[in-house]
Design a protein around this ligand. Structure first.
Ligand code: NAD
Length: 381
C-alpha cells in the first residue's frame, strides 16, 4: 500500500506529517511513500531530501489523492480535502472530533476510516503515539524562548564589572506536559522558577525540575480542582479566591508568567486577571498557552501580541509548535510512524485496522461508514 503526505493548506501551518527519516521507517514496514511537492519546505525538508530517502514526489495534490491509500497530515482536513476521501482510504491527522461534529459527519459519509491523533488514549503503551504530548512539550519550550525574546533582560543572574544583575523570576501556572517543559526550560536558562497546579501530585515533579511549588494555605490540601485520571476539574469558589489572592501577592515580583491551565471540555479558567497585569513591573511578559481556549489571562488576544497600558507584553499565539516546525514535524511524524507500526502487524505494507486494539479503537473516530467517537473506555491502563 501507499502512504501519501499532503502539503498543509491551513494558512501559516509549517509542519509536515512525514520527514525523510520517518519515510525510511515507513518503508521498512513495507509501504511505498509519496509526498506532495514542497510539502516539507516550510519545515526545512526539500523534495530532494525526500527523494534521496526513496519517497516519490507527487507534482500536485490531485496526483497524490489518486495514488495514496493512506493519507497522513497534521491539521484536521478542510472540507475540500474531506470530499476526496472514499471507502478505500484511511486518513491519519489531528481531528478534534468533539469540536468538529460537522466535519466528522462529512468524513463518515465518505466511508473512509479516520484515525485522530488527538484521540490516542493516554496509556503507557501509547506514549510513543501521543502527538498531543509531543506538541505540548514543544509549546512549553517555545513559550520560554518567546518570553525571552520579549523580555529585555537576562534570565540568569550575573555579577559583571558593570554591576549586578538579578535573575528573572518566572511563574508557570499549570504543570501538565507544556507547563513542565516550560519549567525545565526556564530553570535551565537560570531563572528562579515558581509553579502552581491544582493537582497536588505534580509538586514532586515541579520540584525535581528545580522550581518551587506554590502551596496554598487551604485546609492543608491543594486537592480541590483535581479530578480523577490526572486531569483538572473546576475549582470551588473558595479555592479559586485563595489561588487568586496568592497570584495577586506574587504579581509585583514576577517578571514572566507562563500560563498553561486547562480543564478538559471547558473554556480555559481565567487565572491572571487584569489587576494582576496592572500590578506587574513594566517590561514583564505573559505567555498564554491557553489562548486557543479563551486564555488564562484577562488581556490575552488569541494569535496576537499586545502591550498593556503599564508596559506588560501579553502573547496569545496559538501556533507555537508550528513556529518550531522542524522539531515538531520530526516528533509528529515519529508519532504517525508508531501508529502505522501498530496498524501493520505483519510489517508487510498492509494496513490491518484492528478495532479490538484499545489504542487503535480509541483513536478511530470513523470506521466503515459509521462514527466511532466517543470510544468506550480503554480496557487496559
Ligand atoms: P492539560 O493540558 O489538560 O492541562 C494543563 C494543566 O493545567 C494540568 O496540569 C491541570 O491540572 C492544570 N490546571 C487546570 N486548572 C488549573 C487551575 N485553576 N490552576 C492551575 N492549574 C490548573 O494537561 P496535560 O498536559 O494534558 O496533562 C494532563 C494529565 O495527563 C497529567 O496528569 C499528565 O501527567 C497526564 N498525561 C499522561 C500521559 C500518558 O500516560 N501517556 C501522557 C500525557 C499526559
Amino acid at each position: 500500500m501507499k502512504i501519501g503526505v499532503l502539503k498543509e493548506i491551513t494558512v501559516g501551518e509549517a509542519r509536515v506529517a512525514m520527514t525523510p527519516d520517518s519515510a525510511l521507517q515507513l518503508q521498512k514496514l513495507g509501504y511505498d511513500c509519496v509526498i506532495e511537492t514542497g510539502a516539507g519546505l516550510a519545515a526545512g525538508f526539500s523534495d530532494e531530501t525526500y527523494r534521496a530517502a526513496g519517497v516519490e514526489i507527487a507534482p500536485s495534490s490531485d496526483s497524490l489523492w489518486a495514488s495514496a491509500d493512506v493519507i497522513a497530515k497534521v491539521r484536521p482536513p478542510e472540507s475540500t480535502e474531506t470530499e476526496r476521501l472514499g471507502p478505500e482510504k484511511t486518513l491519519i491527522s489531528f481531528f478534534y472530533p468533539a469540536q468538529n461534529a460537522a466535519l466528522l459527519e462529512q468524513a463518515k459519509a465518505t466511508g473512509a476510516n479516520i484515525v485522530a491523533m488527538d484521540m490516542v488514549p493516554r496509556i503507557s503503551r501509547a506514549q510513543k503515539m501521543d502527538a498531543l504530548s509531543s506538541m505540548a512539550n514543544i509549546a512549553g519550550y517555545r513559550a520560554v524562548i518567546e518570553a525571552g525574546n520579549n523580555f529585555g533582560r537576562f534570565f540568569t543572574g550575573q555579577v559583571t564589572a558593570a554591576g549586578k544583575v538579578p535573575p528573572a523570576k518566572v511563574l508557570v501556572i499549570g504543570a501538565g506536559v507544556a507547563g513542565l517543559a516550560a519549567i525545565g526550560t526556564a530553570t535551565s536558562l537560570g531563572a528562579i522558577t515558581y509553579a502552581f497546579d491544582v493537582r497536588p501530585e505534580v509538586a514532586e515533579q515541579i520540584e525535581s525540575m528545580g522550581a518551587e511549588f506554590v502551596f496554598l494555605d487551604f485546609n492543608e490540601s491543594q486537592q480541590d480542582g483535581a479530578a480523577t485520571g490526572g486531569y483538572a476539574a473546576p475549582s470551588s469558589p473558595e479555592f479559586r479566591e485563595k489561588q487568586l489572592a496568592k497570584f495577586r501577592e506574587l504579581a509585583p515580583q514576577i517578571d514572566i508568567v507562563i500560563t498553561t491551565a486547562l480543564i478538559p471540555g471547558r473554556d480555559a479558567p481565567k487565572l491572571w486577571l487584569a489587576d494582576m497585569v496592572a500590578a506587574m513591573k513594566p517590561g514583564s511578559v505573559i505567555i498564554d498557552l491557553a489562548a486557543e481556549r479563551g486564555g488564562n489571562c484577562d488581556l490575552t488576544v488569541a494569535d496576537q501580541k499586545i502591550v498593556s497600558d503599564n508596559g506588560v507584553t501579553v502573547v496569545g499565539y496559538t501556533d507555537f509548535p508550528s513556529r518550531m516546525a522542524a522539531q515538531s514535524s520530526t516528533l509528529y511524524s515519529t508519532n504517525i510512524r508508531h501508529m502505522m507500526t501498530d496498524l501493520t502487524p505483519a510489517k508487510d505494507g498492509k494496513l490491518v485496522h484492528n478495532m479490538e486494539d484499545d489504542v487503535i479503537r480509541g483513536a478511530t473516530v470513523a470506521f466503515k461508514g459509521a462514527i466511532t467517537y466517543p470510544p468506550p473506555p480503554p480496557k487496559i491502563q
